[in-house]
Design a protein around this ligand. Structure first.
Ligand code: IPM
Ligand code: MG
Length: 376
């Protein structure tokens, strides 16, 4: 058992279902603190549309400062149909990722047999799926120069995609470290048959892996082929490394393997990730889901598993993270699930699922099958 420790955790609820799922994440972390004798303090701040309403800015400077001073950040979601102007909620999230320097976005996709029935993919393809997508998060087309010129009806818009050697090398090191600690396979995904940035990507990834990670088996896939193989042979993947926009798209696709996008967590990490605990930003990948906001039916599991990643990668609390993962899986196995996973209307509410998971953590109940979530 790890020594008691204290940590300061920033909570950014954001928009839509964000506040509901972040509350579930906080309950989970408080349960861990109680069960293991840690002392976690929470500080809350605004981001996204909620912050635009309150301050006119999607990332108020106080929010960024608070996150920089915290040990870790747990975020819900940003965005919604109410904010369509030039100042957008998503700018807050992109600014935060950049401002925290969290260039490596870790998105594990593990198929639990207990929830795989909800996947649109045939069961025989899902057995043994346990992959991690490492998505570059602070470069590429998301952050390149944007222009919109010309008169109405004859406009011209551009989004520049830029990558440097350093940006590619540092995220490759994180992905290769993950591969090394897992099954030793790394698949780098690009569009090198068309894009100059992808040709640089492929060259740098190859050099870094060859010189620094000689035991990692590297292969390259074009992004269109990868999209196909993710539904054709998903169990063949171990670690997928890719650039910002390809990673955004492929992880929504990969989420469908698990059964619901509401199950998937993420960690965004900076320098030192995979080697030692580092400050990180943790968020479910599902987005703000305005259609179900405030109804108490959002799936809290993606955020709760994000809290588990927070414990592991920012606080170095591996045992605690595993307890949270087992508790979440046990709730799903028992059928205590929100409507996105409930087969015939027997759905639980966000609060019911959270309470079930919290109770397991407090009791330190364990699920018989170990959850292979991810390492290192
Ligand atoms: C994600 C989201 C974000 C992204 C949006 C909300 C800006 O889709 O984290 O995958 O595109 O990165
Ligand atoms: Mg996305």
């Amino acid at each position: 058992m790890t020594a008691p420790r204290s940590a300061r955790i920033a909570l950014l609820p954001g928009d839509g279902i964000g506040p509901e799922v972040v509350a579930a994440g906080r309950d989970t972390l408080e349960a861990v603190a109680r069960a293991f004798g840690h002392e976690f303090t929470f500080v809350e701040a605004g981001i996204g549309g909620a912050a635009i309403d309150a301050t006119g800015q999607p990332l108020p400077p106080d929010t960024l400062a608070l996150c920089r001073s915290a040990d870790a950040v747990l975020l819900g979601a940003v965005g919604g149909p109410r904010w369509t102007g030039a100042v957008r909620p998503e700018q807050g999230l992109l600014g935060l990722r950049r401002g925290l320097g969290v260039f490596a976005n870790i998105r594990p996709v593990v198929v639990w047999p207990e929830s795989s029935g909800s996947s649109p993919i045939k069961a025989d393809r899902l057995a043994g799926v346990d992959l991690v997508v490492v998505r570059e998060l602070t470069g590429g087309i998301y952050f390149g120069e944007k222009t919109l010129t010309g008169a109405a009806g004859a406009e011209r818009a551009t989004d520049l995609c830029v990558y440097t050697t350093d940006e590619i090398a540092r995220v490759t090191r994180v992905a290769a470290a993950f591969a090394q600690a897992r099954r030793g396979r790394l698949t780098s995904v690009d569009k090198a048959n068309v894009l100059e940035t992808s040709r640089l990507w492929r060259r740098v990834v190859t050099e870094v892996v060859r010189s620094e990670f000689p035991h990692v088996a590297l292969d390259h896939l074009l992004v269109d082929t990868c999209a196909m193989d993710l539904v054709r042979w998903p169990a063949a993947f171990d670690v997928i490394l890719t650039e910002n926009m390809f990673g955004d798209i492929l992880t929504d696709e990969a989420a469908m393997l698990a059964g619901s996008i509401g199950l998937l967590p993420s960690a965004s990490l900076g320098e030192g990730a995979g080697i030692r605990p580092v400050r990180g930003l943790y968020e479910p990948i599902h987005g703000s889901a305005p259609d179900i906001a405030g109804k108490g039916v959002a799936n809290p599991v993606g955020t709760i598993l994000s809290a588990a990643m927070l414990l592991r990668y920012s606080l170095g609390l591996d045992e605690e993270a595993a307890v949270v993962e087992r508790a979440a899986r046990a709730a799903v196995a028992e059928g205590v699930v929100t409507p996105d996973l409930a087969a015939n209307g027997a759905a639980a509410r966000t609060g019911d699922v959270t309470r079930r998971i919290v109770a397991s953590i407090v009791d330190r109940l364990t699920c018989p099958t170990p959850v292979s979530m991810l390492h290192p």
